[in-house]
Design a binder for this molecule. Structure first.
Ligand code: PMP
Length: 472
């Protein structure tokens, strides 16, 4: 990694006897809000980063398996991203253009549409949104409500769609919603087929069948007590919910159910998109064509960018129906176009699929040796390791209670070994691995070694550490 000193105006101060990292962390704890998340569990002060490696102000190097919560498909500071950014900066192009047309935006849109399943891209429309995933979710909800004239929503247990009011309601985190009073309109909550903690207690294809059956029953029973919904929103692999891949057959069934009843299907690809799951878009595993796709995170090539892409027929909203000052981030569009192109031309989705399969095998072998690992799952380079209480009595299907303290200890032990991982899942007990698609075989081996050591050390530590609340 090239050693470039930070610019003088950014040089942070530290008291005598205190390191810069300690001083920065102490000021952060004193000044930033109680709602800060990753910063609590990952006391790292990144000063340089390249690919999968992050260097802290303390000089330590870490392998980054968080990747900006799944944003950095090409890792940190990838040369094609930096070159794209420099080209825009050196060209004299405006950096802020509201939603005006520019060659940079034109190129990004072309690249994005080329990456989409052709049956979806044909005749599709794109709406650029304010730059967070949550705003694109809001836009998707607004679009389908306008197009259908209905307001209800079908959403799933374990879902995560963002932190603004509509997205928060679509998600299933009641703890975050607590205290917001009645401001959040609740969707109809449907069971997501989470095999390890099956909502029906049966698991496997039967659970998926029951979930679909429950959905049709609710929709077709005139006395079920629900209004006809404006849409169904689903993640093809639940990320924050604990890395839970949706069965392909189940997604196809949901597509049939919604299409037959004229209910738009919104697929939230904010975390799963851009090669992460082993296909360019996660919907391609099942072959379903959504009505609306929500995209963000990796599409901006490390910079903030969010959009919805949707079937042209839904494009009935009025001019200005979803406005926002920051919908034209030229640097993000340039970085994003370069990222999409690089992933396509280098076949990085297929690489993610292949590496992901190998990692899953190795993690399953580790689970065979470690009773504290209850389940290992994932798709492509979106992997989850669920920590459980090995002493607890398993239920009839072999499922043990979640172990949030142990999971938090694994995260802490991993950090000590130079590995950045975060937790997710219903009980914050799932260690999530979201490495860049550019991870080498050697880096993958180092991740596995460090994680195996961290699990062993956490199991040996008395009590674990208290959970810190969920992160996203
Ligand atoms: N949808 C999904 C599936 C996500 O994983 C996230 C973020 N983790 C969001 C929406 C919200 O994105 P943002 O944090 O950029 O608002």
């Amino acid at each position: 990694m090239p050693v470039v000193p930070p610019p003088a105006e950014n040089a942070p101060s530290a008291a005598p006897g205190e390191t810069v990292a300690e001083a920065v962390l102490a000021r952060q704890a004193a000044r930033e809000s109680a709602a800060r998340t990753y910063a609590r569990s990952l006391p790292v002060v990144p000063v340089r980063a390249q690919g999968m490696t992050v260097e802290g102000a303390d000089g330590r190097q870490y392998l980054d398996c968080l990747s900006g919560a799944g944003t950095l498909a090409l890792g940190h500071n990838h040369p094609v991203v930096l070159a794209a950014l420099r080209r825009v900066l050196d060209s004299g192009a405006p950096l802020h253009v509201l939603d005006l047309a520019t060659p940079v935006k034109d190129a990004f849109t072309t690249e994005l549409f080329e990456s989409l399943p052709p049956r979806f891209a044909d005749g599709a429309r794109i709406q650029f949104c304010s730059p967070a995933g949550t705003d694109a979710v809001e836009a998707a909800l607004k679009l389908v409500r306008t197009a259908t004239g209905r307001s209800g929503l079908l959403a799933f247990t374990g879902a995560y769609h963002g932190m603004t009011a509509g997205a928060l309601a679509a998600g299933s985190d009641t703890a975050v919603r607590a205290g917001l009073g009645g401001t959040v309109q609740q969707p109809v909550r449907l069971p997501f087929p989470y095999d390890y903690r099956c909502p029906f207690g049966v698991g496997g294809p039967e659970a998926a069948r029951l979930s679909a059956h429950w959905t049709t029953t609710l929709l077709d029973d005139p006395k079920a007590g629900i209004e006809p919904p404006a849409a169904m929103i689903v993640e093809a692999v639940q990320g924050e919910g604990g890395v839970v891949p949706a069965p392909d057959d189940w997604l196809r069934e949901l597509r049939r159910i919604t299409a037959a009843r004229d209910i738009p299907l919104i697929v939230d690809e904010v975390q799963t998109g851009v090669g992460r799951t082993g296909m360019f878009w996660a919907v391609q595993h099942s072959g379903i064509i959504p009505d609306v796709m929500v995209v963000s995170k990796a599409i901006g090539g490390s910079l903030p960018l969010a959009a919805i892409v949707y079937r042209g027929e839904l494009d009935v909203w009025a001019p200005g129906a979803h406005a926002g000052t920051f919908r034209g981030n030229q640097l993000a569009m340039a970085a994003g176009a370069a990222t999409l192109r690089h992933i396509r031309t280098e076949g990085l989705a297929a690489r993610a699929a292949e590496l992901g399969r190998r990692l899953l095998d190795r993690l399953r072998a580790l689970a065979g040796e470690q009773p504290a690992i209850g389940d290992v799952r994932g798709r492509g380079l979106m992997l989850g390791v669920e920590l459980v209480d090995p002493e607890a009595e398993p239920d009839p299907r072999g499922t043990r209670p979640a172990a949030p303290r142990l999971a938090a200890e694994v995260r802490a032990q991993a950090l000590r070994r130079g590995l950045i991982v975060e937790l997710g899942g219903r009980h914050s007990s799932v260690v999530r691995l979201l490495p860049p698609l550019t991870m080498t075989d050697e880096q993958a081996a180092a991740v596995l070694d460090r994680l195996a050591d961290a699990v062993a050390a956490a199991c040996a530590a008395p009590g674990g550490v208290p959970p810190q609340g969920e992160n996203r």
